[in-house]
Design a protein around this ligand. Structure first.
Ligand code: ADP
Ligand code: ZN
Ligand code: ZN
Length: 693
């Protein structure tokens, strides 16, 4: 249990109350700021406080372990033993070895004993002779001994750094009265945002403050971490979901005890307790992975802004493609907007060209022009990156005779054909099926894969460029732990000439040798009717384009489309992403969509379609009685109507006043559990939904 406050009486029945048998922790696991933040999260996302605490804590604490630092044993020489005559140890070679080692290095650690084939007995013997000393120490991450010097900033970078450092100084002098400020750095890909962060972090470290850096899931690679380690001679930890429970707790406790000046992590790192937190940085703030899509559906970016406010400290949001919400806040002067328009160093922004696919003969999805340009870049020793956001060979298997398309029996979705395993796979429930030999409807055996997936592009590239090295990067090819990072290293070592991949490949990485980026199909994003589809497409396009020409060699970007006149595309090609943002914002204003209104989404799934609808209709009826200015859209079937055998429906709430919406949700969430219809469904509430699926 988690104890948060003491009350002298309670409205809860006595038999439901529990006695505290034993207190595990000697001090609160979260400081007051963090406790307030968790309260806020619970209220804002309408999620039970106990569950919020539970999600914010390392799982070992949840299981009853106390907040203690992990320690290890080390041994070093007794000071007066330094003049030991090693020739006295002829008959104790092991002891001699230990003494010898210890005269060369400061200490031996527990973990080294096995490797050196030294037993405990040897150690004990030396301790008894008062030659060496045993000590128990905290485990603190090692500091790199090759520290790189800061780069000389260019004019734009300098301006941004000065602006932020100045604001930090002012708040320091005014005793943190107005320390809270949100900076939005809108910097084109390769403009040296990381270098800007580094300069600002350095200022914070001088003040002995802690810094929290949040990065997208895909962005947290060893390369990123090494970049920090090479720059700062301080202990750094990472926080992400792949850590073991023990590592997670250790890092957590270290941060809480102020032993770690820099914490880098993904979404959930926002819950790391940092008593001396002085700055939060969110890199690629637009990234969808900052929003949790199940249980507590929080936005780590929004929570981080709240935390900064609570702690009265600055927060920096950085992106080459800022989210509309953040951009709008900057326009409203709630955030301080800073721009980096040039690439840093000797790099220039790549040229983007549209390739009109209409009436062209394609070789498995690639136009002649694209194949030719790829060849040119290969001839000039450049690497080529192709982007397609669909894994597998083809998104459909179709019968040539009757047109039947193979669909998953448990989901409202088509099977994707995966050639490598020769199976049909449902991407929504992971159900697999051996490749059928004949059509289930007409028994014809002329079945063929329809559409494009990364495997298919890979195979056409391998065929067309038979003498080049091709690598495919997607969730299938990187299943093995660590393989993604190995691929990244090999790519930068020049082992592969042609790279094809999904967004795993397209986001954030620094590939100095890539000179050509190809977007195989821009139309998917243009046609989708999701609220954020065009925004997403714009972000991806700019991110993919941003992989090209990051070093001295000039870059080029080709975008294949059948809609070359599409207004979003045309606007994106004007080079300045801000124009695209302005255009989208204007559209959102016309349609009264966020950030011009506030959304909340109720989702329900059930074994019967009717149950889901009855439940959501009951919610809707409650709202209509309330006579407030909140629109209900739906209930409607979810875009993916059936998933893993369950029917899914949703009810979208749109409000023009945030408070009004929050009040309504407060009441609703309390009422819902008393609805009879709620017993037959699994439901959830998503405040500020990012994806409307
Ligand atoms: P971003 O995060 O904005 O995409 P990075 O910080 O990764 O950009 O920088 C891109 C490249 O430019 C890196 O190789 C970086 O070392 C280099 N760079 C950044 N700032 C400078 C500078 N002031 N002078 C020279 N090179 C720089
Ligand atoms: Zn058929
Ligand atoms: Zn399925």
């Amino acid at each position: 249990g988690i104890f948060i406050a003491l009350e002298s009486d309670s409205s809860i029945e006595l038999k439901k109350l529990r006695e505290i048998i034993q207190v595990i922790d000697q001090e609160p696991i979260f400081d007051t700021d963090m406790q307030q933040l968790l309260q806020w999260i619970s209220a804002y996302y309408h999620y039970p406080l106990g569950d919020v605490y539970s999600i914010a804590m390392p799982s070992l604490l949840r299981k009853g372990k106390g907040v203690i630092l992990s320690t290890r044993k080390i041994w070093h020489l007794y000071s007066q033993a330094e003049e030991i005559d090693l020739s006295d140890y002829k008959r104790a070679p092991k002891q001699k070895k230990v003494l010898q080692l210890l005269s060369e290095k400061k200490y031996l650690a527990e973990s080294e004993l096995n490797e050196l084939k030294i037993t405990r007995d040897t150690i004990q013997a030396l301790i008894k002779k008062y030659l060496i000393l045993e000590e128990t120490v905290e485990i603190i991450p090692a500091i790199s001994n090759q520290i790189e010097l800061p780069l000389k900033l260019n004019e734009e970078q300098n301006f941004v750094v000065n602006k932020i450092v100045e604001a930090m100084k002012n708040s320091e002098e005014s005793n943190n009265i107005d320390g809270f400020k949100v900076f939005l750095i809108d910097g084109v890909t390769g403009s040296g945002k990381t270098e800007v962060y580094f300069h600002i972090i350095a200022e914070q470290l001088k003040l002995h403050k802690q810094v929290l850096v949040l990065v997208p899931e895909i962005g947290l690679t060893p390369q990123t971490v090494q970049r920090f380690q090479r720059r700062f001679a301080v202990p750094i930890v990472i926080m992400h979901s792949d850590l073991s429970d023990k590592e997670r707790l250790d890092n957590w406790v270290l941060a809480k005890n102020n032993k770690i000046p820099i914490v880098i992590g993904t979404r959930s790192a926002i819950f790391t307790p940092m008593p001396k937190l002085g700055l939060i940085i969110i890199d690629e703030e637009h990234d969808a992975s900052f929003k949790q899509q199940d249980t507590l559906r929080y936005s780590a970016r929004d929570v981080a802004i709240m935390l900064a406010k609570q702690k009265n400290i600055p927060i920096i949001l950085g992106s080459a493609t800022p989210s509309l919400e953040s951009y709008y806040n900057a326009q409203q002067k709630r955030y301080i907007y800073l721009k980096l328009t040039q690439r840093a160093g000797d790099a220039n922004l790549p040229q983007i060209k549209l390739i009109d696919l209409r009436n062209q003969k394609l070789e498995d999805g690639l136009s002649k022009t694209v194949l030719q340009v790829i060849q040119q870049h290969l001839n000039n020793q450049g690497q080529v990156l192709l982007f397609l956001n669909r894994r597998g060979f083809a998104p459909n298997l179709i019968c040539h005779h009757c047109g039947h398309i193979f669909k998953c029996s448990r989901c409202d979705a088509c099977y994707t054909y995966h050639q490598e395993i020769n199976k049909l796979v449902c991407h929504h429930c992971e159900k697999k099926l051996d490749l059928p030999r004949q059509c289930s409807e007409c028994k014809s055996n002329s079945l063929f894969p329809l559409g494009l997936g990364t495997e298919r592009i890979e195979s056409v590239l391998k065929k067309h460029f038979a003498h080049e090295t091709v690598v495919r990067i997607d969730r299938d090819s990187t299943r093995k732990k660590g393989s993604f990072n190995q691929f990244l290293e090999k790519i930068n070592a020049g082992k592969y000439k042609i790279l094809i991949g999904t967004q795993m490949l397209a986001k954030g990485h620094h590939f100095p040798n890539v000179t050509l980026a190809v977007i195989v199909n821009a139309d998917g994003g243009l046609l989708s009717n999701d609220l954020r589809a065009s925004e997403r497409m714009g972000q991806l396009l700019m991110q993919v384009a941003g992989r090209s020409g990051r070093a001295e060699k000039p870059g080029e970007v080709l975008v294949q489309t059948r809609q070359p006149d599409n207004s979003h595309l045309v606007c994106l090609l004007q080079k300045d992403y801000q124009l695209f943002l302005d255009y989208l914002l204007q559209q959102r204003k016309q349609t009264q969509l966020p950030p011009f209104s506030f959304l909340a989404l109720f989702r329900a799934d059930a074994f019967s379609e009717a149950d889901a609808f009855i439940f959501l209709t009951e919610i809707k009826n409650k709202i209509s009685i309330a006579k407030i200015n909140i629109h209900c859209l739906g209930p409607v079937a979810a875009p993916l109507q059936k998933k893993a055998g369950k029917f899914r429906a949703q009810l979208l709430l749109q409000a023009f006043n945030r408070k009004e919406l929050q009040n309504l949700l407060d009441h609703l969430v309390q009422d819902i559990s008393s609805f009879d219809s709620s017993k037959k469904v699994k439901w959830s509430l998503d405040v500020d939904p990012v994806d409307l699926f």
